[in-house]
Design a protein. Structure first.
Length: 167
């Protein structure tokens, strides 16, 4: 897909389609805009601000993908990174690798994110266990886990909003 298919509109945030586009073109463009919404410097004061973007990025995978949104002390995005890929119903998450990336990006906080290819975003017992393990690991170096978001085609579930994130 070429960038020439879109042209900036007269109003900020509007675009004109300059040539025919396919459904794939539209999805690709939407994902590109979504990645911009999670770009460095964007402030996230509520994890729900990122739900729509995270759902668009992760809901179509046929396998689990575990990602981390690394944030600075003001909860501005440093980086969004897909860290682990798994099978249709599980992904192995290595706390050591999350810790290393958090230190490399000098993150003060993180939002953990993963998808459920089944479409049902209801957290599993394994999701709860890895969240506790990552919280304990990152807490040792003063990095706060502010949420764990599970993405499905049926929506997103926030551990923080559900009150299942240990603080």
């Amino acid at each position: 897909m070429k960038h020439t298919k879109l042209k900036a509109g007269e109003m900020v945030g509007t675009y004109l389609v300059t040539s025919p586009v396919t459904e794939n073109d539209i999805i690709t463009m939407a994902k590109r805009f979504t990645r911009r919404k999670l770009a460095k410097g964007r402030k996230i004061t509520q994890p729900s601000q990122a739900f729509e973007h995270l759902q668009l990025l992760l809901q179509d995978y046929e396998h689990e993908v575990f990602s981390v949104l690394f944030l600075d002390s003001q909860y501005r995005v440093i980086r969004f990174e897909e860290m682990f890929r798994g099978t249709i119903d599980a992904a192995i998450v290595y706390p050591r690798e999350v810790l290393k990336a958090s230190l490399a990006y000098n993150a003060a906080a993180v939002i953990l994110v993963h998808n459920h290819p089944s479409g049902d975003p209801e957290p599993s017992d394994a999701d709860r266990r890895i969240t506790v393990l990552l919280q304990e690991t990152l807490r040792l170096i003063d990095i706060k886990v502010i949420d764990h978001v599970v993405v499905g085609s049926e929506g997103c579930i926030s551990f923080a909003e559900r009150g299942i994130l240990s603080i």
